[in-house]
Design a protein. Structure first.
Length: 117
C-alpha cells in the first residue's frame, strides 16, 4: 500500500537534502533592485542573497532549525590544496593564445615553432 500508513493515514513524502522549496515572493521593485545590487557586490545571485539574509535573520532571532544544513555551494569548485595545482595548464594555454595572436605557435614540449592554422 503506497502513500498510506497501516492505519490509513496519508504518508508525507520525505524531502531529501537536495530538494529545495520554491517560493513566490512579491517585492517592491526598488527593494528588489537594492537586493540585486547587494548580491552582485557579494558575487551571489539575488536568490542566494535572499536566502543568506533570511538564514542570518533566523539565526540572530534564535529561530534557525538545528537540522538546517549549510547554504549549498554554487559556482566554481574550490581550488586544490596543492600550491600551483592546475596552473600549468593555464600557463600553457596563455602561451598558446599569445603565440596564435602572433601568427605562430610553439610546441611547448620540444620548443619547435610552427605556423598557426
Amino acid at each position: 500500500m503506497t502513500g498510506a500508513t497501516e492505519d490509513g493515514a496519508a504518508e508525507r513524502p520525505r524531502r531529501t537534502r537536495q530538494q529545495r522549496k520554491q517560493v513566490l515572493l512579491r517585492l517592491d521593485p526598488l527593494v528588489h533592485d537594492a537586493l540585486a545590487r547587494w548580491a552582485a557586490d557579494e558575487l551571489r545571485s539575488t536568490n542566494a542573497q535572499i536566502e543568506f539574509l533570511l538564514r542570518r535573520a533566523l539565526s540572530e532571532a534564535g529561530r534557525l532549525p538545528g537540522a538546517t544544513g549549510p547554504l549549498p555551494r554554487r559556482g566554481r569548485p574550490p581550488r586544490s590544496e596543492e600550491p600551483g595545482a592546475g596552473t600549468g595548464l593555464l600557463v600553457a594555454q596563455a602561451l598558446r593564445d599569445r603565440a596564435a595572436a602572433d601568427g605562430d605557435q610553439q610546441d611547448l614540449a620540444d620548443g619547435k615553432t610552427f605556423e598557426a592554422e
